[in-house]
Design a protein around this ligand. Structure first.
Ligand code: HEC
Length: 105
């Protein structure tokens, strides 16, 4: 009986581990979808910018900005860049910063 319980616990831990392992790619997919829906009209689907005076995410200026700075710009807005505070969760904004970086490669 006790052994069965231990085995069930191990199976649960394994399942949790697998979910944790795969969630980063799920988050990246979410970020890609969010970017397409909310950001691409100004930044371009590939983040190259061009509309509304946006910069290429791969430009030296944007690369020089820290993740913390990009997070603040997305959260609080800047100039024509809308603020997403309250519209996106902190975790979604964090994933978007990572996605923006991935577009800059
Ligand atoms: C209405 C057009 C518009 C939309 C929609 C928009 N942005 Fe922006 N974004 C801008 C502009 C314009 C800037 C430049 C702001 C400045 O420096 O004055 C900017 C700046 C940024 C920056 C900082 C990089 C830089 O140029 O210094 C990031 C990161 C960013 N946007 C991400 C996003 C994300 C992520 C979304 C979607 C959730 C988004 N933006 C939606 C217009 C937009």
């Amino acid at each position: 009986m006790k052994q069965l319980f231990i085995r069930a616990t191990l199976v649960t831990l394994l399942a949790v581990g697998i979910v944790a392992l795969y969630s980063p790619s799920a988050a990246a997919q979410d970020a890609a979808g969010t970017f397409k829906a909310k950001c691409a009209m100004c930044h371009g689907a590939d983040g190259k910018g061009g509309k509304m005076g946006t910069r290429d995410f791969a430009s030296p200026e944007v690369k020089a900005e820290t993740d913390a700075q990009l997070t603040v710009i997305i959260t609080k807005g800047k100039g024509k860049m809308p603020a997403y505070e309250g519209k996106l969760k902190d975790t979604e904004i964090k994933d978007l910063v990572a996605y923006v970086r991935s577009l800059a490669k």
